[in-house]
Ligand binder design. Structure first.
Ligand code: E4P
Length: 217
């Protein structure tokens, strides 16, 4: 399973990347806004750190304008995956980018039907949003399962990039289902290390070690 980090926070990306935890990065207009940085500048900085795919999202709504924006984003670095929304215009732009050999991440996917269209339009990645489905009492993980079954049935090459991940359980559940990639905020990825029994066990070991009066030199 590949780990993408869902942020435009360069320091957080660098920290996880140095540990080998980053196979790619996803950004979106809200994350760029949160970073307070210029999109071209911050995306370039991220591409200089990470060798895997870095998703940068178009903001136009018509295919012609999306294509213009996407080509500009693709010029930032060869590892840019152009991110387009799951609309007819987005699929039109996806097809155009894919035909020219660009990586494309089709985002804002909420149904298996949408995921089929993205695969047929040549998407490199499909991004189903788990957390936002859960937010409205629908089952985000069931969507990942459905897309996995469909893509396997027809040997679609598009990778399932599980997005809108809110918890450590989302990540382990996606791994069990067989999502190709998860993209999660740095805090959720770092949260994977935590267990109360790890902390308690370590505390006990430290206390017992102190009683031995020994030092490892
Ligand atoms: C994915 O590419 C999106 O940037 C992201 O996962 C959306 O997550 P959110 O629903 O927590 O905003």
């Amino acid at each position: 399973m590949k780990f993408f980090v869902d942020t435009a926070d360069v320091a957080a990306i660098k920290e996880l990347n140095d540990l080998g935890m980053v196979d790619g990065v996803t950004t979106n207009p809200s994350l760029i806004m949160k970073s307070g940085r210029d999109i071209l500048e911050v995306t370039k900085e991220i591409c200089d750190i990470v060798t895997g795919p870095v998703s940068a999202e178009v903001v136009a709504t018509e295919a012609k304008d999306m294509i213009e924006e996407g080509l500009k984003l693709a010029k930032i670095s060869p590892n840019i995956a152009i991110k387009v929304p799951l609309t007819w215009d987005g699929l039109t732009a996806c097809k155009a980018f894919a035909s020219e050999g660009h990586m494309v991440n089709v985002t804002l996917c909420f149904t298996a039907a949408q995921a089929i269209l993205a695969a047929k339009a040549g998407a490199t990645f499909i991004s189903p949003f788990i957390g936002r489905l859960d937010d409205i009492n629908l089952d985000g993980l069931e969507l990942i399962e459905d897309i996995r079954t469909i893509y396997d049935n027809y040997e679609f090459k598009t990778e399932i990039l599980a997005a809108s991940i809110r918890s450590v359980n989302h990540i382990t559940d996606c791994a069990k289902i067989g999502a190709d990639v998860i993209t999660a905020p740095p805090a959720v990825i770092k949260g994977m290390v935590k267990h109360v029994l790890t902390d308690k066990g370590l505390e006990q070991f430290m206390a017992d070690w102190a009683k031995t009066g020994q030092k490892i030199v």
